[in-house]
Write a new protein. Structure first.
Length: 276
């Protein structure tokens, strides 16, 4: 287990060094003027609300309440994102404002509307910034999931809504983080989890709406002070519960991101509120 853990953290550190990348300046949703709405056939599944135990720093052990919500059953694909681009050309790789995406935005696409030949339309779209993911979500009448929603849904294995205490599930997650060419894998090739959600693990990393909140504890969100133990998942070294290390890998990545970053193994899926 420890050797797998070390490998996972090395992978995250290699992808984005903490040095110079752990800026968590406030992210403001971009103005959605002139954003053309599109229809989406992506299936969404209902995630019944509940509670889960927080993983990080001063919040560790805190019980987090999550309201019921809908979640895409799989990551957004190249084909689905291409449909968005054709209706919203301002997000094409040659036209996107540099404020909203760095130089690696869709860098592997051959042109504005041409997916690489070695990547399927049914593989998850990657090299997408947070701004772009947010724009796509709004265009289909959805939003990005919060960290709490993602982590809550991610507790489920194939048989139960919360498998966090199962060592085999933790081992499965950590091993899934070692897979290569995740951006070329087709979605929905493995079994869905308890809710009917595919590919939360073993596929690509995924943006969350509030990804940059991982640097702050529950206390500090009120007093606006930084919890230094959370810097680049530094709190992981103080954890006595090995099952939480898989989550620390995700928090380490989130804490190293800026909203304009684009990675070749970072994609997204959408969520939606349940209206009563």
């Amino acid at each position: 287990m420890k050797s797998v853990l070390v490998m996972c953290f090395i992978m995250v550190i290699c992808q984005l060094s903490c040095s110079g990348h752990c800026d968590v300046s406030n992210v403001k949703p971009i103005a959605q003027n002139h954003l053309t709405k599109i229809s989406s056939l992506k299936k969404m599944v209902k995630i019944d609300g509940g509670k889960y135990e927080a993983f990080i720093g001063k919040d560790s052990g805190r019980i987090v309440k999550v309201a019921s919500f809908y979640l895409d059953d799989s990551p957004v694909t190249n084909g689905e994102y291409l449909q968005f681009l054709k209706k919203n050309p301002q997000w094409a790789k040659s036209k996107v404002l540099k404020l909203y995406a760095d130089s690696t935005y869709l860098v592997h696409w051959k042109s504005d509307y041409e997916i690489p030949q070695d990547v399927s339309v049914d593989a998850p779209v990657t090299n997408i910034s947070w701004y772009a993911a947010e724009a796509y979500a709004k265009s289909v009448g959805k939003r990005l999931p919060t960290i709490d929603e993602w982590e809550y849904a991610g507790l489920a294995d194939q048989h139960s809504a919360n498998a966090s205490h199962d060592p085999e599930f933790t081992d499965f997650i950590l091993k899934s983080y070692q897979k290569t060419d995740k951006n070329k894998q087709l979605i929905k090739q493995s079994e869905p989890n308890y809710y009917g959600v595919y590919d939360m693990y073993g596929m690509v990393w995924e943006w969350t709406y509030d990804f940059n909140s991982v640097m702050m504890s529950g206390e500090s969100r009120k007093d606006n002070t930084t919890n230094e133990s959370l810097f680049c998942a530094g709190a992981a070294v103080t954890s006595s519960d090995l099952r939480n290390y898989a989550a620390f890998v995700r928090y380490a990545l989130r804490g190293s991101l800026k909203a304009d970053y684009c990675l070749n193994n970072l994609g997204f899926r959408c969520a939606k509120d349940i209206k009563f």
